[in-house]
Design a protein around this ligand. Structure first.
Ligand SMILES: *[C@@H]1O[C@H](CO)[C@@H](O)[C@H](O)[C@H]1NC(C)=O
Ligand SMILES: *[C@@H]1O[C@H](CO)[C@@H](O)[C@H](O)[C@H]1NC(C)=O
Ligand SMILES: *[C@@H]1O[C@H](CO)[C@@H](O)[C@H](O)[C@H]1NC(C)=O
Ligand SMILES: *[C@@H]1O[C@H](CO)[C@@H](O)[C@H](O)[C@H]1NC(C)=O
Length: 272
């Protein structure tokens, strides 16, 4: 019995000693939330072996400029300006054997933008509106609104109702409107992304063209052809009675002389 107690006490001691010498990285801050700048730092205690260097990673990619051949157990990385481009998961990595690292999440305000500010569709076709987002974290929730009236009142659009279909992933949302109607669907829409750090939106203008408008160029050509054919037809019809007067020149000669006398009259009037 005593032996058993002794053995477990020894095991516990060994375990505790092991825990005490486990490598430990303390980061500062633990997380960056909605800040405009930050200094990320890591402090390693109990390295598993000598440290040959350290560097930082962002979203799994090595930041080359942060690489340092140094035995130091401390490293820092300065984020002078944080915006949606610089958010993500940052890791400090110490080159010991084995390698040890720790993550710091840098959370930023989300950025939402319309894929195209202005979209158009034909009546009875479908309209497709797309918004994309950047930043970390990406939206956990997307909403679409139609902006109505002079005051641009927001009217929520529900997926699966009234010809609407919404498909969303964290970095992209798509609103499809089936069977477009000029009176009902033309106007401004708003996509709205929500993250734990905040929210952002953008607007898209949807133009709906009538089916007839899509036909205009074709109708134009048809009209041109009809007019052309009519002109030729009328011209031909008017030529026929002249040809019956078996002499073509006799028809035009009096016209010429008429014109000449008219000219004389004009000249005389002018000289007076
Ligand atoms: C790193 O951590 C050790 C132990 O916790 C502490 O004594 C030391 O001051 C820290 N160094 C830095 C640069 O934070
Ligand atoms: C909208 O409904 C469709 C079909 O019912 C579904 O596939 C899609 O995932 C839904 N979108 C959202 C954002 O819930
Ligand atoms: C959106 O996320 C998917 C995977 O979730 C990725 O394949 C795609 O490249 C991302 N698109 C953009 C524009 O970031
Ligand atoms: C994030 O910071 C901005 C200003 O820097 C502030 O207006 C906004 O309310 C903050 N958002 C959250 C969710 O703290």
């Amino acid at each position: 019995m005593k032996l058993l107690w002794g053995l477990s006490a020894l095991l516990l001691c060994l375990y505790r000693a092991d825990a005490l010498t486990d490598p430990l990285i303390v980061s500062s801050p633990i997380e960056v939330n909605n800040q405009t700048s930050a200094i990320l730092s890591c402090n390693l205690t109990n390295p598993p072996s000598t440290v040959k260097g350290h560097y930082w990673m962002r979203n799994g990619n090595v930041i080359e400029s942060s690489k340092q051949d140094s035995t130091a157990l401390y490293t820092e990385y300065i984020l002078a300006k944080i915006d949606f481009h610089s958010g993500g998961v940052y890791d400090c990595v110490f080159l010991s054997d084995p390698v040890v690292k720790k993550s710091i999440e840098v959370k930023t305000a989300v950025h939402v933008s319309a894929y195209k500010r202005s979209e158009h569709g034909n009546e009875q076709d479908k309209g497709v509106l797309v918004c994309v987002s950047h930043g970390y974290p990406l939206p956990t929730d997307w909403k679409w609104y139609k902006l109505e009236g002079e005051e641009m009142l927001k009217k929520a659009i529900t997926n699966g109702t009234d010809r609407y279909e919404i498909k969303s992933t964290p970095n992209r949302t798509t609103l499809t409107i089936n069977d477009l109607d000029i009176a009902m669907d033309m106007g401004d829409y708003m996509c709205y992304g929500v993250t734990e750090v905040g929210s952002a939106f953008d607007k898209i203008h949807l133009r709906v063209r009538s089916r007839l408008a899509a036909l205009w160029p074709f109708l134009g050509i048809v009209a041109e052809v009809i007019i052309l054919v009519s002109i030729i037809f009328i011209y031909e019809k008017r030529r026929k009675p002249d040809e019956i007067n078996d002499d073509e020149d006799s028809g035009s000669a009096p016209l010429k002389s008429n014109a000449a006398t008219n000219h004389k009259d004009v000249r005389q009037r002018n000289s007076n």
